[in-house]
Design a protein around this ligand. Sequence first.
Ligand SMILES: NC(=O)C1=CN([C@@H]2O[C@H](COP(=O)(O)OP(=O)(O)OC[C@H]3O[C@@H](n4cnc5c(N)ncnc54)[C@H](OP(=O)(O)O)[C@@H]3O)[C@@H](O)[C@H]2O)C=CC1
Ligand SMILES: O=C(CO)COP(=O)(O)O
Length: 371
Amino acid sequence: MNMSPNIAPPEPTTHPYHRIAVIGAGSWGTALASVAATAGRQVAMFARDNETVSEINERHRNMRYLGDIGLPPSIRATQDMEDAVGACDAVIIVVPSRAVRSVAARLALFIPEGIPVAVCTKGIEPVTGLLMTQVAEEELDETPLGTISGPTFARETALGHPTAACVAFPFTYADRLTPHQSVAARFAHSMSTASFQTYISDDLVGVEIGGAVKNVIAIACGMMTGAGFAENTRAALITRGMDEMKALAEALGGRRETVTGLSGAGDLTLTCSSTTSRNMSLGMQLGQGTPRKKCFEGRPIVVEGEANATSIMDLARRVGVSMPICETVNAVLGGRAELQEAFKNLWTRPIEAEPRAMDLSLPNPVAATPV
Ligand SMILES: NC(=O)C1=CN([C@@H]2O[C@H](COP(=O)(O)OP(=O)(O)OC[C@H]3O[C@@H](n4cnc5c(N)ncnc54)[C@H](OP(=O)(O)O)[C@@H]3O)[C@@H](O)[C@H]2O)C=CC1
Ligand SMILES: O=C(CO)COP(=O)(O)O
């Protein structure tokens, strides 16, 4: 269990990381590279696609992702991961959850010792139930690992719309004595611009659980909207979804209040109310009856809530946390429940305490009501 945070914001004496490598040149990787370059950092991006590398270096655009947004010309792209990380002071991994382990394993071959890595992917690994930084830790050993997470649509971030995110790294004993010199503070300082506001946290578990679970709740909100339920229903799903996130974070050693911050409540607010969210959008299409194969017009889009619903539920069961909304989404996605019926069933569950500390163990009142 994390103790009280005792953390302080960056000070003028906080030294940023000057050279940042970004591994992954999709929409969020491109937006984060743009933030870092705007903050004055030297940025090297690793992209596996040759055309993307040429476009970024020559036209200062990433046509496949965010193609209409100009990028800072100082960003350098390369297809060679060793070249990207060779002279860096800090690394950002930003690939889909299914690729984090293989990317971290490859990075381990080149990364200089002691260089901090922020894993900005949102998910839980299938089978192992590990958070994304824990997956990276298995491959990168002693590397300091953390994340940057919050309500941050890539496109809006890259366009410079005011955005806020939490930079989370575990605190060492020394960090508690000089918090402004912590990895979290230095990373936050490195990524701060006039439109990208950073906050710091030492509760990596709380921040990562917020980022991973909100995607499933966003699918739930999309499903119920698409299926014709109304605003009361969405507000209930967001609020009770946050309760599920808090309970899981706490069971894993995180803090409940972290989940009320940018990475939990903030990201839920964003993604549960906008079809810019791929998770909300997938849910909405499914709720409207679109077959999965036809969603997004058949294009392969990264939808982390779909990719991680089962691993999140497996993890929740393992640590004994009840997550009825996530369970409903997982059952519908897996074809084990009919969407309308499954969401209606959420409203006939036994009465529970809010917050869930107290066990009321009351029967299902709907089932008990005489007809
Ligand atoms: N987009 C957003 O607004 C935000 C996204 N995130 C999170 O960031 C993560 C990435 O999402 P996002 O950037 O949107 O996804 P995208 O689909 O936009 O991009 C994914 C990128 O990862 C690359 N990639 C995939 N597999 C590998 C691999 N094995 N090795 C190297 N590169 C690989 C892809 O390369 P290629 O193009 O060659 O396939 C692509 O550049 C997700 O976990 C998401 O939840 C977090 C906050 C905001
Ligand atoms: O995580 C995100 C914003 O914070 C992006 O959400 P989607 O993956 O649902 O588009």
